[in-house]
Design a protein around this ligand. Sequence first.
Ligand SMILES: N[C@@H](CCC(=O)N[C@@H](CS)C(=O)NCC(=O)O)C(=O)O
Length: 268
Amino acid sequence: MLILYDFGNSVCCQKVRITLVEKSLTWEARRVDLFKTEQYDPDYLKLNPKGVVPTLVHDGTPVIESTLICEYLDETFPDPPLMPSTPAERARMRLWSKFVDEGLFDGATELSFSAMFRERMRSMSPELREKRFRNVGDPRRTDRFKSTYEHGVHSPFVLHAIAAYERAFRLMEQTLAERGPWLLGKQPTLADINLMPFVARLAYLGLLGAWTDGRPRINAWWAMVQQWPSFRRGLHDLISEAEFAEMRTHGPKIRTDVERLVAGLRAS
Ligand SMILES: N[C@@H](CCC(=O)N[C@@H](CS)C(=O)NCC(=O)O)C(=O)O
């Protein structure tokens, strides 16, 4: 039995859901409301000591970290395979996981916070907000959250976010030109699945063009992703109309600033 502890429009949960759908697996979803700080409930922390979603529990065994969960699912349920068969190709695949885990995840969080979650945090009680900032004792995360909460798009962490996306997109355009249409060739792999939620988030906020204008291969990849059934069923179709509306409403508020910062990086 598969249980996924998750939360609505969370990019890390979306990676896992796309993988589950592509494998034709069924799972029980258990919602952990991040805005009610349910991720810090003692029972949940026993499963995921980092106090974050997602957590997969497979026949009683918890697996945490979305990149590791996706690899775990591929190893446990090998059809269809989502990892290449040679070590060299798997190393290539993991390069994209590293882009996500070492930059794009923070990137998507900072941009989403400065555009829309900041608004939701403002309506929290001060006690709940402080609890969220304190998290489970990761001061780096506290600094990021606080800075983006206070300064929005003018936080230095937003510039770091924009630069992380720019580094990834620069290599992505080149890689797709050399070996597309998917990142590792003819078939989608976890390299593509890892990136999908992070590109989708920019697109739904109305910000993607700042990076992808003049990058035709990424645009072709994104058009293909949007038609891919596992993306539709594992990500797009699971976003509620209220969540789409939130992204559509708040994304454009930071667009001019984001475009200016991206243009500066692309010109350098
Ligand atoms: N590296 C972790 C990151 C997990 C993570 O930070 N998830 C976010 C949601 S996308 C979360 O739970 N945040 C908790 C919070 O905002 O307090 C993974 O990939 O699973």
